[in-house]
Design a protein around this ligand. Structure first.
Ligand SMILES: [Zn+2]
Length: 312
């Protein structure tokens, strides 16, 4: 009788033990399944919504494929956090700004926006000074890079990387910046022009990362200055490039060296009522006074209620 009872008890204990083991296995299984399931989906979406260009740079060595879903969540986390540093809400549609400058199309968002633009860099002398002032003011700008200038030294390339990593927009200002090559007799040479744009694009990729691209370009001397751009405009449009001139300047490329005071006077002369101001400046060699004037310009724009955006 007693034997029978203890046998029964042993069987019950065995069954209960099995139930406990089973439920542990099921719980662990469910936990693993839950962890692997849908959690990463919104993260991926967030990454895709942001600018791909920037996130590609961070992984330039690892090369993100077009399909972000293929990345491990570790990579995605890395991308996501770097995204926040690099992009923020600083980018503005360059297409709208091109239309504003070319067709005088109004941007009716009721906002005062300043686009600080720096051409002809990078230089190892002036660009770092400009970057320091922008950083101190937490202001982002757009840099129109001349390929030849970038190619000059590894220091120049490092400065471009700094510029990019600090969240500024990088745009294309052709390779040679040579008027007689790009616009012989004042007329745009389409083949040469496009070759130079592509050459500079490739150089930018070689420094920033293979997946870097920009659709923003600026004509050396300004689009409005040259004849025969109709054919070129068509090609640029087909290739989704946006060209950006300016509607205010500080005169740092007009004639010889200018003092800070002269630059500020020219700034106040050309910047009057624009609610979207595209300000032309230069960060190339010899433009130290541009760096000297920049703080006053930023302060003036801030006092007038402008926010700062980059051209994307
Ligand atoms: Zn230029």
């Amino acid at each position: 009788m007693r034997k029978k009872k203890s046998k029964k008890r042993r069987r019950i204990i065995r069954v209960m033990r099995s139930i406990v083991y089973l439920s542990i296995i099921i719980t662990v299984g469910l936990l693993i399944a839950y962890k692997n399931m849908p959690k990463d989906v919104p993260k991926i979406e967030k990454v895709q919504v942001g600018s791909k260009v920037k996130m590609d740079n961070i992984n330039s060595k690892k090369q993100l494929s077009d399909d972000s879903n293929k990345n491990t969540s570790n990579e995605i986390n890395k991308v996501e956090s770097s995204n926040k540093i690099n992009i923020g809400n600083d980018g503005f549609d360059a297409g709208k700004v091109q239309d504003l400058l070319v067709k005088n199309t109004k941007i009716q968002d009721g906002k005062k926006i300043a686009f600080l633009t720096f051409d002809d860099g990078p230089s190892t002398t002036v660009t770092p000074k400009i970057l320091k002032i922008l950083k101190d003011n937490n202001v982002k700008a757009t840099f129109f890079i001349v390929g030849k200038q970038l190619e000059e030294s590894s220091k120049a390339k490092n400065i471009l990387l700094d510029t990019y990593n600090q969240g500024h927009a990088i745009a294309n200002h052709t390779y040679s910046h040579n008027y007689s090559k790009l616009y012989p007799h004042g007329t745009a040479d389409i083949t040469t022009y496009m070759e130079e744009v592509e050459k500079t694009n490739n150089l930018l990729k070689s420094v920033i990362g293979e997946n870097f691209s920009t659709r923003v370009i600026r004509f050396p001397g300004g689009h409005a200055s040259w004849k025969g751009t109709e054919g070129l405009d068509k090609i640029l449009e087909e290739k989704s490039y946006k060209f950006i001139d300016w509607n205010a300047l500080i005169g740092d490329a007009e004639g010889g060296n200018k003092t800070k005071e002269q630059l500020l006077a020219r700034y106040h002369q050309t910047f009057t009522v624009q609610d979207k101001v595209v300000l032309l400046m230069h960060d190339t060699y010899g433009k130290e006074s541009t760096a000297d004037a920049l703080q006053d310009i930023i302060t003036d724009l801030k006092n007038k209620g402008y926010e700062f955006k980059t051209l994307k």
